[in-house]
Design a protein around this ligand. Sequence first.
Ligand code: TRP
Length: 331
Amino acid sequence: MKQISLTGIKPTGILHIGNYFAAIKPALQLAETHDARYFIADYHALNTVKDPKELAANIRAVAAGWLAAGLDPERVIFYRQSAIPETFELTTILMAFTSKGLMNRAHAYKAVVQENNEKAQDPDAGVNMGLFTYPVLMAADILLFNSDVVPVGKDQVQHVEMAQDIARAVNFNYRSELLKVPAAAITETVAVVPGLDGRKMSKSYGNTIPLFAPERELRKLIMRIVTNSQGVEEPKDPENSQIYLLYRLFATPEERRTLADRYRAGGLGWGAAKEELFRVVNRELGSLRERFDALMADPPGLDAILSRGAERARPIAAATVARLRKAVGIA
Ligand code: TRP
């Protein structure tokens, strides 16, 4: 039997090339070796996104994005968190086993409190209970589906550890392995994806290349990548060039070698290097963009994919909740 992996995707913001290499590609790889489950954590996003149109659009775009990037909804289970009401019933049960002190230690909550303190504001200013109890809902997401491994970035490891703590507290109280204790699998980013300004590509730096940018916009963004003042004829170091570091992610090994040689030989200007970059990026993202546009143009089709996923997910969730209700004495 394959191990079960579970990946939660928060629908906040537009997917960019950094997400593609750091999160999407490694997570999709797991479907090769695991019984893989992926879901859109839409109720988690509600903590921060209060505009209904924006939230609805984000949910759709992130679902279409993962499907376009290669998520196969037949082979894996793909659903929306909000379509699994058992999530919220399990959350309520888990609340009774989660100490407030554990939540006080959560990095995301502590960061807001610290910021408030620095500004001499009320420590809990801007903190809603959704943020404070975020790790409990996330634990429910994970424990509901008997997950063995949860692939996450470093920032989410603490949350998975909290899910372990909560599961152990339940199991200990009832002297029974009611909940599988999950392991965090840290997705080591293979490469730092440089942004338009040379810093790491990140939404918070505003230096991203959206994954599904139309061709013209993609070209424009690539032409905007910051370069130094080296002239065309000067030999250049590929390893020190954002353009090359991005190129490397999209090019074949052969193409990589060829372009690196051209850099070192001199005679390759930044404009020409950007043209090369645009060519390989557009080659890979062109087909993704087509699939994305087709999914976005067919909302009922997209909804049907997600509903079908929820239908497959719910019996698993229902079994977990039934087991828990019985164990706690609320059958
Ligand atoms: N907290 C995760 C993030 O911000 C999203 C998430 C919600 C999640 N529930 C999860 C991830 C369960 C893994 C498992 O990226």
